[in-house]
Design a protein around this ligand. Structure first.
Ligand code: GLP
Length: 260
């Protein structure tokens, strides 16, 4: 587990986008796991800029989103399908047929979720998974007490998550309480994981994820089991880490040795 305290959110987005673009050069049919929320927007802006400036070709890229609300039509302003179009898909040349979201309807949702897992496997697995973190430590919509062995499935959102996201809904809007999400085991199967976290409101979750015990009560702590995960933090999110100065020193040494 690598923990990088960045000077700014922009620097975190630069590091994540650079790594994705370098991976894309090596593997034009890269398989990306994508996250929503405010945190990854800077990365998507940089990928869109690379496309605009002719520095990247996404025509063979395959994408799998982490999660989606159940009960919102695809074109609803708060659906994650709308979010991804607004922030990435409308700006790059990813083919619609190469874009995948967890299923949200159909007679047999469990079977459709199992099929989502098969689609990921058929693409050879996820090369790079982008993650944010909920203030309660969730990743995707794997809420506290999610099984560490979970796969794509239906989840009920916690009160904390509903409260965190209530700002996106107007007085007359019905806020969805259900979502389908990749499971924790699905996420851990990605070859590389980049988790970004910004802001003081995530500091407790980040500390529990990085320095707490591996526990389903903080789903992001399961990332300790992954061999190649990097936390890209701003100072506010890193504020409660007890080994903060050590992580800084590790980073200085990495830079001195010319490592990524
Ligand atoms: C939602 C998403 C998560 C995301 C989290 C944090 O709950 N399902 O994938 O990480 O929000 O969102 P933000 O980045 O806006 O803080």
């Amino acid at each position: 587990m690598r923990v990088i305290e960045c000077d700014s959110q922009d620097q975190a987005a630069d590091l994540a986008a650079r790594e994705i673009l370098q991976a894309l050069e090596r593997k034009p049919d890269l398989v990306l796991g994508l996250a929503t929320g405010s945190t990854p927007i800077g990365v998507y802006e940089r990928l869109a800029r690379a496309k605009r400036e002719g520095r990247a070709d996404f025509s063979r890229v395959r994408t799998f989103n982490l999660d989606e609300y159940v009960g919102l039509p695809a074109d609803h302003p708060q659906s994650y399908r709308t979010f991804m179009r607004t922030h990435l898909f409308d700006h790059v040349d990813i083919r619609p047929s190469n874009v995948h979201f967890p299923p949200v309807d159909g007679a047999d949702l469990a079977a459709a979720c199992a099929d989502y897992e098969r689609q990921i496997a058929d693409c050879g697995g996820i090369d790079i998974q982008i993650l944010g973190i909920g203030s309660n430590g969730h990743i995707g919509f794997n809420e506290p007490t999610s099984s560490l062995a979970s796969r794509t499935r239906l989840k009920t959102l916690t009160d904390k998550t509903l409260a965190d996201n209530a700002r996106f809904y107007g007085p007359g809007d019905e806020q969805p309480q259900l979502a389908t999400t990749m499971g924790i085991a699905t996420i851990l199967a990605a070859r590389r994981i980049l988790l970004q976290s910004f802001g003081q409101k995530k500091a407790h979750a980040v500390r529990a994820a990085v320095e707490g015990p591996v526990s389903s009560f903080c789903p992001a702590s399961a990332l300790q089991l992954h061999p190649d995960v990097t936390f890209l933090l701003d100072g506010d999110s890193a504020a409660l880490l007890t080994m903060r100065s050590y992580y800084r020193r590790v980073r200085e040494n990495e830079l001195r040795l010319g490592q990524r």
